[in-house]
Design a protein around this ligand. Sequence first.
Ligand code: NAD
Length: 339
Amino acid sequence: MKIRVAINGYGTIGKRVADAVLKQRDMILAGVTKTKPNFEANIAKSKGIKVYAASADKLKSFQDAGMDVSGTLEDLIRDCDVVVDCTPGKVGATYKPMYEKAGVKAVFQGGEKHDVAGFSFNAVCNYSEALGRDFVRVVSCNTTGLCRSLYALDRAFGVDKARVVLIRRGADPSEDKKGPINSILPDPVTIPSHHGPDVQKVLPHIGITTSAFAVPTTLMHVHWLNLELGKSASEGDVLSVLSSYRRIMLVSASEGVDSTSQIVEYARDLGRHRYDMPELVVFKESVKSFGRELYLTQAVHQESIVVPENIDAIRAMTRLCETAEESMKMTDESLGLGG
Ligand code: NAD
C-alpha cells in the first residue's frame, strides 16, 4: 500500500519533507501548495511535483505569471491520505477545521501549540503512541534535538535533572528580514524558555529547565547540557550509548569538526543536499563526567532535523510500520543517514 501525502506550505521545512516523501517507497507525493508563483514553485514543477495554489484568491497571480497549477489546496486534500502542514507557526492551526472536514490526517509542526494535535511526537521517544492517530505535532528543531539525547541518556542512566542553555540561530539562511544582526538576545529574558516545557510534552518525567539566547548566525543551534544522572556514568559509557542511537552523530574536534561552520563544511563534503544534517550532532570532546554529573554540547541543524521525524509520523499515523525501529530504519536508509 502507498500513502498519498500532500504538503501545505512549501518553504524551509515543506520543501525538505516533500523531497523526503519522494524517496519513500511506501509514499506518493500528491502535491504541494504555494502562495505565489516564485522560483520555488518553478523548481517544484521542474521536478515533476504537482503545484497547487494555497487558496482560490491566489490563482490569479499564478495565471498572471503564466504558471499552470493543478488546482487549490481544497483539490489537493481531496486527493491525499495525509497532509503535512508546513505553513508558518500558528497558521497551521487555522487549517485544522479544513483537514477535519475533508477527513484527512494531518501532521503539524513545532510552531503550532501542542493542543493543535493533543500529541507531540518524536520518533525514538513515542512512535507507538502515534499509531493510528489523525493529528500529530512534530516538535520543533530544538525540542527534537533535546528529546534525542535526553531519551538515550535517560534510558541508560536515568536523567534526574537537566539544565540546558540554548544558543539559537537568529534566522534561517533565506530569511533576510530577521535578526538579531548585532546582539545577543535572551529569548526570552525570563526562565524557562518554552523548550523545557515542550520537551516535557514528549518526555513528561524529565525535570528540565531551559534558557535560550538568539545570536547572529544562520547555520545551526548549539545546546549546552548539564545533567544530573540517576547513576554514575563515565565519558566512555556516555559516548558508547549516544553512538548506538540512530540520528545521533558524534563529531570530533581532534579531526577539525569543532564548530557549527565545520559541521556545515563536513555536511557539504559528505555531499549532503542543501548541506542538511538531520542527525543531532554531539561534540565528542564536550562530554565530561563527574560521577552522576554530566556535561555535553550538541548542535542542531534547524532546517533539516525534523524531516525524518515527519516521515516517521506519517508511517505511525497510517500504520505503515508498527514499530519505531522499522520506520526509522526505512527513513534513514532512504535519506542516506547513519551507517
Ligand atoms: P517558512 O516560512 O520557511 O515556510 C512556510 C511556507 O508556507 C512558505 O512557503 C509560505 O509562503 C507558506 N505559507 C504562508 N502562509 C501560508 C498559508 N496561509 N497557506 C499555505 N502556505 C502558506 O517556514 P518554515 O521555517 O518552513 O516553518 C514551518 C513550520 O515548521 C513552522 O511551524 C516552524 O515553527 C516549524 N519549524 C521550522 C524550523 C526552522 O528552523 N525553519 C525548524 C523546525 C520546525
